[in-house]
Design a protein around this ligand. Sequence first.
Ligand code: FES
Ligand code: FES
Length: 156
Amino acid sequence: MNQTFEFSVNGQPRSVTTDPERPLRDVLREDLQILGPKCGCGEGECGACSVLINGKAVVSCITPVANVHGQTIVTIEGLTTNGQLHPVQEAFLAEAGFQCGYCTPGMIIAVVGLLNEKPNPTEPEIQARLAGHLCRCCSYVNILKAIRSAVAQSKK
Ligand code: FES
Ligand code: FES
């Protein structure tokens, strides 16, 4: 039976009436037209659908919408402030950390989530975090360059 859930997305209060078991990714994309979280595996294995929930990176395809009632969600669209890209977005641009870009929102959200938790992550911590993110274009070399650059910037 449908229920109503209220939460914040990118600073805006949102209310959705739907099946509590629906994945957050589908609610964001289909009900709220927020298309940054991508459709990949749908099983929590590729990271393409990642969003921040209360600052922590989470795969939204296996997160039931019922779990986010009262929570604060940020998608890739919400990282930009007054037209100014987030420093992690700038780092991906500067290092060309993408090819087709399909994995990029999830990668960037993962890095922002990592820096929220650990402002000074070690290389093994960076690589462990990326292990759950698949780039179908195999752009890992430049993605890692971008992440290392973003981490270096965050230390300044
Ligand atoms: S689509 Fe969510 S982890 Fe792959
Ligand atoms: S840049 Fe194409 S999937 Fe990663």
